[in-house]
Design a protein around this ligand. Structure first.
Ligand code: SR1
Ligand code: MG
Length: 406
């Protein structure tokens, strides 16, 4: 079993049995492959009699969403397990516990979170998560501050950067988010009814300048260890709990990319309410809830990050220079807004979409949701060097659905 090959369910059970302390000897185990993401196999293995279960995630040597023609490094399994372990130390309780990592099989065995739901699905079904902003702002502040030059030894940081060099996964982001949507790329996935919008993206020079600047930062700024793919399909939730999963895209990049990812996916759901809600009142209520969550997320993040800086900052000049902290936080807000915009645009016209919008059955409603998402996304990108408060982002979203149900 030890040489790399994609596992079947029976083999996954045998491996689970061989790991000390997971299941009692002789337990009757059952296994299902439940992976519905773009890249990996995911096995759910349980002992129904004993009530214990685990998740076993195996990287495939290619991108599952495209097929074997798109080879992909297995090293992403190492990056994912090491990132989860580090995030678990910095933000305890906000990521699954890692039981084991097997390099040869590119396999991570971790805590089962089946008592949670994937946040994207939860939101699509109208679920509300009152502690989410509190939890995710803690996750973001703790992981980003403590892996930046503000919060960790700057020599050790450089060595950590080396451990998280992730060129193949970064290349996916560089292409799918920061290039393809802005040209007639064969990777794009554009519905005929929004072809006009897609073509407008290809010819919008003002937009291209802002995307090129954000792309440059993604390519060059090793600001902190990012999760790298923090969309609502990478977050498990209940009303009381939040768990961030899937950091296989982790690398040292600009902090705003992670913050923007969360915001973008809340706004994609905001756009999708067009088809997800039955009546105007519930649509307006849910949209208010989403915008309030984004506001709370940023305000709490800003508070927590500044508090960590005041208490634990390691860079003398950055802590003492008058105005530096405010300037830093403003740049972070602008980056977050710009990256949120890029992440919205790519989910409408790029290769990988989001279920929030794609699962809307009625074409006219899906089209409206897509146009709203693009309008918000483009506007956010164009504000990525000028925005001065999170309220601007909220107003942008409200305007995109006005005079409908903001
Ligand atoms: C080829 S992978 C497509 C997308 O899925 C992942 O979740 C990332 O967002 C990536 O861009
Ligand atoms: Mg993923």
């Amino acid at each position: 079993l030890s040489a790399y090959h994609p596992l079947n369910e029976q083999e996954a059970i045998e491996i689970a049995r061989s790991i000390d302390g997971l299941f009692p000897a002789g337990a009757e185990l059952s296994c299902r492959e439940i992976g519905d993401g773009n890249l990996n196999l995911v096995f759910h293995i349980s002992d129904p009699a004993g009530g214990r279960s685990i998740i076993m995630k195996q990287a495939l040597p290619y991108a599952k969403v495209v097929g074997e023609s798109w080879p992909l490094t297995l090293d992403r399994a190492r990056i994912e397990s090491e990132a989860l372990i580090l995030e678990g130390k910095l933000a305890p309780g906000l990521v699954p516990v890692v039981h084991k990592y097997d390099k040869a099989l590119a396999l991570t065995v971790m805590e089962d979170l089946s008592d949670h739901v994937i946040m994207r699905r939860g939101l699509m079904e109208g679920g509300r998560y009152p502690l989410f902003a509190e939890h995710i702002s803690t996750f973001l502040a703790q992981t980003l501050f403590h892996t930046s030059d503000l919060g960790m030894n700057q020599q050790e940081k450089k060595l950590l950067v080396r451990e998280f060099i992730n060129p193949e996964l970064c290349k996916i982001t560089e292409d799918l988010i920061f290039d393809d949507p802005y040209s007639d790329s064969p990777n794009n996935n554009i519905e005929a009814h929004i072809r006009d919008e897609a073509e407008a993206l290809w010819h919008d020079g003002e937009l291209h300048l802002e995307v090129a600047l954000l792309r440059e930062k993604f390519l060059t700024q090793a600001q902190a260890l990012l999760h790298g793919d923090l969309h609502t399909g990478s977050i498990f939730v209940t009303p009381q709990s939040t768990k961030v999963i899937d950091p296989e895209f982790a690398y040292f990049g600009p902090m705003g990319f992670d913050i923007g990812a969360v915001i973008a996916n809340l706004l994609l759901n905001f756009a999708a309410r067009e088809g997800l809600d039955q009546d105007g009142q519930s649509r307006a209520d849910f949209r208010r809830y989403l915008l309030e969550t984004i506001r709370e997320l940023w305000v709490k993040f800003d508070d927590k990050f500044r508090a960590l800086w005041a208490e634990k900052g390691v860079d003398r000049l950055a802590s003492a220079a008058p105005g530096y902290k405010d300037d830093y936080m403003q740049r972070l807000l602008r980056d977050s807004i710009g990256y949120a915009g890029c992440k919205m645009v790519r989910r409408v016209v790029g290769l990988a979409h989001v279920a929030d919008i794609d699962r809307i059955q009625e074409d006219s409603l899906r089209e409206r949701a897509q146009r709203i998402a693009l309008a918000i996304g483009k506007s956010l990108i164009k504000r990525s060097r000028s925005a001065s408060s999170i309220e601007e982002l909220i107003e942008t979203a409200q305007q995109a659905v006005s005079p409908a149900t903001a």
